[in-house]
Design a binder for this molecule. Structure first.
Ligand code: ADP
Ligand code: PMV
Length: 571
């Protein structure tokens, strides 16, 4: 439970904001065993608060190294599982990470370059700045300089003004809406870069690709802010790990540090964001949150035992405006105050019921009854959102198509009016029992999960010992495949994802074992990364989850990627 954008636990070490710059040596935060210990040029800069006198000689020598090895960071998107709209009116909501992610490759150039480049092909954006031309003096002026451990509650208008000329030169010949996207991405980067790096930073290229649809309420901007924050903090060695056996409190501290700067990045795009998207993206898993009247901080509490449920996500591709949908509810509430308050209250109770179940000591994520409870709440939540008028014919069509298969429980997620729908999969599709897969046309297909236990209660019911797919799994795959065709035919986009996975991850160096026999692993360079085709290509090349083997939909974390997991050892 903590303030805006933070996931600190009560008993966790507090950030070292009490340290003066001269005592806050980065080396106290980053053991030399850390993967980033070799990336020294930026961190040795005195303007980062680190004194070169404290730096071991072997690191000083590395400063003259012409090129550092590339590394990657990755951060997930999010969905609101329960409670959207009601949360605007003070009720509780739950948001969780999804396995769609952004991936940022940081590559270093030879010292003859004095440039920093963003290559963001998803939005057709590429821009290079001369490092020496950037407004370092303004950012390091007395009263303006923020050290990596200092909280930043709001953007500094003088710093924003100093950045503006460096945004004005971006993409002069593209339509205004695309230019705005470019500038949004650039302002997030420049604010963080100028705050965390220094004039002496090594020339770098930041190449970003994401599997998260943009502007669909899935937190794409937050995941980018988390990637940029993590990459820059790693470069200045302000993070420790991630490594195995890192104590939970230390993990939380690193996540919080990344999250704070990611929140600054989100402020650059969204002005006054809730901080939930970046908190979920940095920390992973799920959070319970509630807006509270100022000056109270919002409630943001991690739910570390949220199960990693398979989730089908369908994008209507219908653009929508969160502000418009929020205003619709406000107007309805004005017209029917008591009624709408009751609906909002009921949505709040849906969240409470889910939270109570998830945090009860005997919660068993593999129990069909527990899953049915969570699923029923999804159906109820959707119905309540429909009654608030924030659904859309396309969302209803998706729900109808999915209900018809009996494969899971479906609701809209986020603002509605377009955007995405989510489906939590049932342990067994209804079709297993009635052979037809007919829903009752009312959002609730006949539910067989109560009698599921006799056959197979596992959510990812693979017989791994023999690698034989159970009949339930085969049926699920068949249903999902035919559903995909139907959804595609109607212009929708389907993703098979997982809920409540890892938050920010690090791959250092950018080398992966991709099964192509390259000795020592396959180095991920910019060209390979840029050439990866679509989401599947990105996931196959650099994904944090190992490739889905033929006929299998279960995912493992791939060797190489590392995460801070405060829940390990604490749950
Ligand atoms: N894949 C990406 N590459 C570059 N920038 C991105 C990408 N995804 C998101 N962004 C940045 O984030 C902004 C989207 O933010 P927003 O409209 O809030 O969408 P969302 O709800 O998905 O976060 C874009 O305008 C862009 O600046
Ligand atoms: C409708 C609302 O509850 C969620 C909006 O989510 P998104 O913009 O679709 O990510 C608004 C809000 O919480 O700010």
């Amino acid at each position: 439970m903590a303030a805006n954008g933070s996931m600190r636990k009560k008993n966790h070490a507090s950030p070292d904001s009490h340290k003066s710059p001269s005592t806050a040596s980065h080396s106290t935060q980053t053991p030399d065993s850390s993967p980033v210990a070799a990336m020294s040029p930026v961190l040795l800069s005195p303007s980062n608060g680190s004194s070169s006198q404290n730096v071991p000689p072997q690191l000083l020598r590395k400063q003259s190294s012409p090129m550092m090895p590339s590394f990657m960071v990755s951060a997930p998107g999010k969905v609101i599982v329960y409670g959207e709209h009601a949360v605007v009116h003070g009720k509780l909501a739950i948001a969780a990470a999804i396995s769609l992610r952004s991936y940022l490759l940081v590559s270093f150039l030879s010292k003859s370059h004095r440039t920093v480049t963003l290559r963001f092909p998803d939005i057709q954006f590429e821009h290079t700045w001369n490092i020496d031309d950037l407004p370092w003096d303004t950012f390091s002026a007395k009263g303006k300089k923020k050290y990596y451990y200092e909280p930043v509650a709001s953007l500094d208008p003088d710093l924003m003004e100093a950045i503006q000329p460096h945004l004005d030169t971006i993409s002069p010949n593209v339509p205004e809406s695309a230019r705005k996207r470019h500038q949004n991405a650039a302002v997030t980067f420049l604010y963080l870069y100028l705050s965390l790096a220094s004039r002496k930073s090594p020339p770098c290229v930041y190449t970003l690709r994401s599997t998260i649809p943009i502007g669909a309420g899935l937190g794409s901007s937050a995941s980018i802010a988390v990637c940029l924050s993590a990459a820059l903090l790693l470069q200045i060695r302000a993070l420790s790990g991630p490594h195995q056996d890192q104590p939970p409190a230390e993990c939380s501290l690193q996540i919080e540090r990344i999250n704070r700067w990611a929140f600054v990045g989100e402020m650059c795009i969204h002005g006054n964001p809730s901080g939930v998207d970046n908190t979920v993206s940095a920390g992973g898993k799920a959070v319970l949150y509630q807006r509270r009247p100022r000056p109270q901080p919002d409630l943001v509490a991690p739910i570390w035992n949220f199960p990693e449920l398979p989730l089908v996500l369908v994008n209507t591709r219908q653009s929508r405006s969160t502000a418009v949908e929020v205003a619709k509810v406000a107007t309805l509430k004005q017209a029917h105050p008591a009624l709408v308050e009751n609906i909002l209250d009921a949505i709040g109770r849906v969240t409470e019921s889910a939270h109570e179940l998830l945090t009860s000591p005997d919660f068993d994520s593999k129990s069909p009854a527990a899953l049915k409870h969570l699923g029923d709440l999804i159906t109820i939540n959707h119905g309540l959102l429909v009654s608030l008028g924030v659904s859309h014919p396309k969302l209803e069509r998706i729900r109808e198509l999915i209900d018809h298969t009996g494969i899971g429980w479906t609701k809209l997620t986020g603002a509605g009016g377009g955007g995405c729908a989510i489906t939590i999969l049932k342990p067994q599709p209804t079709t297993l029992h009635n052979g037809h897969g007919h829903g009752n046309g009312n959002g609730a297909a006949h539910d067989s999960s109560e009698d599921d236990s006799s056959t197979d209660s596992s959510l990812t019911d693979l017989d791994t010992s023999s690698s034989i797919l159970s009949s339930t799994t085969k049926l699920k795959h068949a249903i999902l495949d035919s559903l995909e065709v139907k959804l595609q035919n109607e212009g929708f986009e389907k993703f098979e994802t997982t809920l409540a996975g890892d938050g920010v991850g690090v791959l250092w160096p950018a080398v992966l074992h991709n099964g192509n026999e390259e000795e020592g692993g396959e180095e991920i360079d910019q060209d390979k990364f840029l050439r990866a085709e679509g989401n599947e290509g990105i996931e196959r090349l650099v994904g944090v989850s190992s490739v889905r083997a033929k006929g299998r939909r279960d995912l493992d974390v791939r060797e190489g990627w590392k995460f801070w997991r405060p829940w390990e050892g604490e749950v």
